[in-house]
Write a protein that binds this ligand. Structure first.
Ligand code: ZN
Length: 483
């Protein structure tokens, strides 16, 4: 039986939230039934994808000189309060630990919403000379934010996974250069390895990370037309080194505060983006490098032909693939081929190998490509070469599709009327405008156009022109609804 597989899911463009809930549950990515609002469980299949994603970013960070460390999840209240802007930005979102057993703690402890205030007191002890800098450190961990907005699995949770870097430099120039390297690292993994394009944006003054001098963000586009911030990097100036008394001797022996940066890679959101951006009505489509199962082999038994011979052939194919280091499953369970197709399509397995009597007799395999849903007969001796060549084609297809969609959905408007008209017409969802940079203007746009937010300025091709809303001098800026 090799009947066509029926679509498992609704259309993600017209019904993203149903598509999304279905895939998370049916592909066993996460479980939302933990029972604490905003907290989810990563199931084994979801966690295997996540670990592969983490590995890609950690490798890039270590290649660029970042060293791993791990700080405690709790932060003493007085540390969290040291940097004024920082606490103002996070105060409403902090989870507090107030008791140990029956005893009230002498000082409340915050569950880290981000780790600057945990890390800098130690940086004050670790460095004493400019010669010890730069220092680049990172940790992969969960952070906690008491979100008051509606929570959504992986997209907005009260606990989420991320990688945070905290780097210290002797000079401003080096620190600013780091925010560019961060964007490059982000591109090398997110776009080049995971096929997810993003807009590299400088956030407006009123929209910065609390305590930062400059905030740069990476926004990607989801199927429902909203953007999702999947990473940020910040130049912190000497704001944190000053309040935490991180000082080093400069070349003349004077004590100075070094400059610092921090960089957040939103792992939970990146997993969500991979599912949402690449997936289709049959399920997830995972880039080869992060797929927990990269190739599945399915035997197609026929009456009048020995099952045993088919199995033997399948096992031989599997051994060849495993020897190359691929993650391979041979599914000889009792399920029908159609049921197996459904199962592995849903889980985004990039390649499916079908083996029936014809393949055994002709020394071939039939390979189904998940990304374009097409079958091809491949001679056994060309199998490894086929996989090697095609895995990058799969990534190219996914990436191109996503890039086209992102570009198609950016529309330039030059006046308030044009903006309102384009917005009401629907369709394209990211507006490129001129914006004056004032919070009042952003707030007005947001309230009059159902939550449309100023996302900030692109880093390239910035022009100047009159703000579409108020007419005051402005700069190029993106406008979109966001998660
Ligand atoms: Zn304005």
């Amino acid at each position: 039986m090799t009947e066509a597989v029926e679509a498992a899911l609704p259309d993600k463009y017209s019904n993203m939230s149903e598509w999304y809930s279905e895939i998370l549950e049916r592909a066993e990515i996460i479980d939302i039934r933990y029972g604490v609002k905003g907290f989810i469980v990563y199931r084994p299949f979801g966690m295997m994808i996540m670990k592969n994603i983490i590995k890609l970013y950690e490798e890039e960070l270590e290649k660029t000189g970042h060293k791993p460390f791990l700080f405690p999840v709790v932060i003493p209240e007085k540390n969290l309060r040291m940097e004024k802007e920082h606490i103002k930005g996070f105060e409403g979102e902090v989870f507090w630990v107030e008791k140990g057993g029956f005893t009230p703690l002498e000082e409340r402890l915050a569950l880290r919403p981000t780790s600057e205030t945990a890390i800098y007191p130690l940086y004050a002890l670790w460095f004493s000379s400019y010669k010890e800098l730069p220092f680049k450190g990172y940790q992969t961990c969960a952070v906690y934010r008491y979100e008051t907005k509606a929570t959504r699995p992986l997209l907005r949770g009260r606990e989420f996974l991320w990688i945070e870097t905290h780097n210290v430099y002797y000079t401003e120039e080096e620190a600013r250069q780091q925010t560019i390297e961060d964007a490059e690292i982000f591109y090398r993994v997110t776009t080049e390895k995971l096929g997810i394009p993003f807009l590299h944006i400088k956030r407006e003054e009123f929209d910065k990370f609390p305590g930062a001098v400059d905030t740069y963000a990476f926004d990607t586009l989801l199927p429902d037309g909203r953007v999702l911030q999947i990473g940020t990097t910040h130049y912190l100036g000497t704001n944190f080194t000053r309040v935490f008394n991180v000082v080093v001797h400069d070349e003349e022996g004077n004590l100075v505060n070094p400059h610092s940066t921090c960089y957040g890679i939103g792992l939970s959101r990146i997993l969500a983006a991979i599912l949402l951006v690449h997936g289709d009505e049959y399920g997830a489509i995972l880039p080869f490098e992060i797929a927990p199962i990269q190739i599945v082999i399915i035997p197609i038994y026929k009456t009048g032909f020995s099952n045993e011979e088919i199995d033997k052939y399948c096992i031989m194919v599997k051994e060849r693939l495993v020897k190359e280091g691929y993650r391979v499953v041979f599914d000889d369970s009792e399920k029908t081929p159609g049921e197996k197709y459904y199962y592995y399509d849903l889980r985004g397995v990039p390649f499916r190998i079908e083996v029936g009597p014809r393949e055994v007799q002709t020394n071939k395999v039939t390979i189904f490509r998940r990304d374009i849903r097409r079958r091809e007969a491949v001679a056994l001796e060309n199998l490894i070469k086929y996989i090697e060549d095609t895995k990058s084609k799969v990534l190219e297809t996914l990436r191109k599709r996503a890039e086209e969609r992102l570009n198609e959905n950016i529309i330039e408007v030059r006046s308030r009327d044009e903006l309102i008209e384009a917005y009401r017409r629907g369709g394209r969802r990211i507006f490129k405008i001129f914006f004056c940079g004032r919070k009042e203007c952003a707030d007005e746009i947001k309230s009059e156009l159902d939550g449309l937010e100023t996302r900030g300025m692109p880093l390239k091709d910035v022009e100047e022109g009159p703000c579409v809303w108020c007419g005051e001098p402005g700069h190029t800026c993106y406008l979109a609804k966001a998660y």
